[in-house]
Design a protein around this ligand. Structure first.
Ligand code: 8YV
Length: 327
């Protein structure tokens, strides 16, 4: 019988996924679920044919070059691969895969939840009730902003961006988007979406902005201090993509100075740290990187990881191979 590949998993995964992996591979699990530091990652990679990292593992050029020759596949448990230096891995003959598709709807749901929660001041209302602070109803109290009829500007109109567009359209929003490439006319028509080649021009016209692009060298601080200033002071911003896409310090300052109406953030520049200015403000809703956090989603992500490993080990091209040219 063929030797089973040694698969090192860096974090605790759903039980069903771990069970299946143990059946198929010589699987080394991280039952404690303690994040590995760079030295521990290097050690783990030395004894692995396959590494299964998550967003909390920084597989940079230094880690890859110290990892030795045994490692052949990095099967990321996650869609974003900004935690992995894909080009360096590929140069050393290591294939990288991700888990696209299966977290689209869950992430879009969370973005829509924030698009609703922030303008309607949902968390403020909840916190009044939790603190027993409800003195009585008033026609002018707790007024938020309507989203129906408003303009939603989607940055990054891929799978998740389009899933958000479908939801927002059902809530009566007008869909606008900025993307590296304009969508085919038929897809644009399906979403009744308006394309903005200029991100600057789009930002200045939107009521709500939602980010759905990957974090790459090209999108780092895409929403820089300068661009954030283009956003109208009565507009809202939602981020379920990657914290690095927004200059978080500048955003925090703007929120405190009432230069933006509010923000709904699932992701942060230096997770798990959160800019304390953001945490202070009641105009923001903060959640801890929960976009894909459903039992179903995380199980499906595990399935994808397993299929990628199996296909690769059987000598075929894994379905979700990531190439530097795709980033
Ligand atoms: C996960 C994500 O939380 O897929 C992504 O890019 O950010 C989330 O699905 C995380 O990546 C798991 O590693």
């Amino acid at each position: 019988a063929k030797n089973k590949p040694t698969v090192v998993v860096t974090r605790k995964l759903p039980d069903s996924v771990e069970t299946r992996m143990r059946e198929l591979f010589d699987t080394r699990l991280n039952l404690e679920d303690k994040p590995m530091n760079q030295a521990e990652l290097v050690e783990a990679m030395k004894s692995a044919d396959v590494l299964v990292p998550t967003v909390t593992d920084r597989i940079d050029a230094s880690v890859i070059s110290q990892a030795g020759d045994r490692l052949k596949l990095i099967a990321n448990f996650g869609n974003g691969v900004d935690n992995i230096d894909v080009a360096t891995a590929n140069k050393r003959g290591i294939v990288v895969t991700n888990t696209p598709g299966v977290l689209t709807e869950d992430t879009a749901d969370m973005a829509m939840a924030l698009i609703l929660a922030v303008p309607r001041r949902l968390m403020e209302g909840i916190s009044v009730m939790e603190q027993g602070g409800w003195q009585g109803w008033s026609p002018t109290w707790m007024l938020g902003n309507r989203i129906w009829g408003k303009r939603l500007g989607i940055i990054g109109m891929g799978r998740i961006g389009q899933a958000v567009a479908r939801r927002a359209k059902a809530f009566g929003m007008q869909i606008h988007y900025h993307n590296r490439r304009r969508l085919p006319a038929a897809v644009e028509a399906e979403h009744e979406a308006t394309y903005w080649e200029s991100l600057d021009q789009m930002l200045a016209r939107m009521d709500v902005i939602s980010i759905h692009c990957p974090h790459t060298p090209g999108t780092y601080h895409l929403l820089s201090a300068r661009r954030l200033k283009l956003i109208r002071p009565d507009a809202y911003i939602v981020n379920t993509a990657r914290g690095e896409v927004i200059d978080e310090n500048s955003l925090a300052r703007m929120v405190l100075n009432n230069e933006i109406a509010g923000a709904g953030l699932d992701v942060f520049e230096h997770e798990p740290a959160v800019n304390p200015k953001l945490a202070q403000s009641n105009r923001v809703v903060l959640i801890p990187h929960m976009g894909s956090a459903t039992l179903e989603g995380r199980s499906d992500m595990g399935e994808k990881v397993i299929i990628n490993i199996k296909t690769f080990m059987d000598g075929h091209r894994p379905p979700d191979r990531v190439l530097p040219s795709m980033l």
